[in-house]
Ligand binder design. Structure first.
Ligand code: ADP
Ligand code: TYD
Length: 207
């Protein structure tokens, strides 16, 4: 089963990701992330740092995703592992929808077309939502602000996440990111366990 964690910068994804590794240790999950689980991640980091051309940056995120699928996700799913990824396809659908606006016509359709046919959609996506002001307060404590971490960008990114939820409500679990890390981990962990059990049962029935 493929579970992804999404949310704006500072929503608490990395904190949850680390906590789930411990809380679900008995399920032996494959814990992974985008960008940066492959060597292409270095190029992505450089593109972000140097504010590369938005199309070049978008396609590097996509290239990292393709390599992530073939090197990590597909092999793990083939072994029927539980995979938990900190960011995945929806990050492109929301962040690059902002960065490609005015550069390609209808960025979301363009992004969907670029992924069509070869990507794997998540079984469950946990979306952490927080007021942008709180997210900025949290990330403000970091060393440097990336161009994605600006109020106007994050406000639109969070709106775009909510539009994805409207389109596919059954794929998403929304958790209030202002709850305590312990509560967030409990809700997310219990949901993943439940869905993982269900997925196993329906697979066994089909055998
Ligand atoms: P993200 O990976 O989404 O950018 P992080 O997990 O790195 O977010 O969290 C950003 C900051 O907010 C960190 O300093 C972290 O300790 C803090 N934080 C994370 N989750 C919570 C929470 N539920 N409540 C309060 N602070 C949190
Ligand atoms: P990430 O490493 O998750 O950020 P951090 O650890 O600093 O929270 O991602 C770096 C930035 O890249 C983040 O602002 C979100 C952005 N991003 C995209 O714009 N598109 C993508 O497809 C992905 C995966 C991330």
């Amino acid at each position: 089963m493929l579970v992804t964690l999404e949310g704006i910068d500072g929503s608490g994804k990395s904190t949850l990701h680390d906590a789930l590794g411990t809380a679900l240790a008995d399920l032996d999950p494959v814990i992974t992330r985008e960008p940066g689980s492959t060597w292409i991640g270095d190029a992505v980091r450089r593109a972000i740092r140097e504010q590369a051309d938005p199309v070049a940056e978008a396609l590097l995120f996509v290239a990292d995703h393709a390599a992530h699928l073939s090197e990590v996700i597909r092999p793990a799913l083939a072994k029927e592992k539980l995979v938990i990824s900190d960011r995945y396809i929806d990050s492109r659908f929301v962040y690059q929808q902002v960065t490609l606006e005015g550069i390609v016509p209808d960025p979301l359709s363009w992004l969907r077309a670029v992924h069509a046919g070869w990507t794997i959609y998540p079984d469950l996506t946990i979306l952490l939502t927080v007021p942008v002001s709180i997210a900025l307060e949290r990330t403000g404590k970091r060393d440097k602000e990336e161009h994605f971490e600006q109020e106007a960008v994050l406000t639109r990114v969070q709106d775009y996440y909510m539009q994805l939820v409207e389109e596919e409500p059954y794929r998403f679990l929304i958790i209030d990111g202002t709850l305590s890390p312990e509560d967030i981990t409990r809700v997310a962990g219990e949901t993943i366990r439940f869905r993982n059990e269900q997925a196993k049962k329906s697979k066994n029935k089909r055998k």
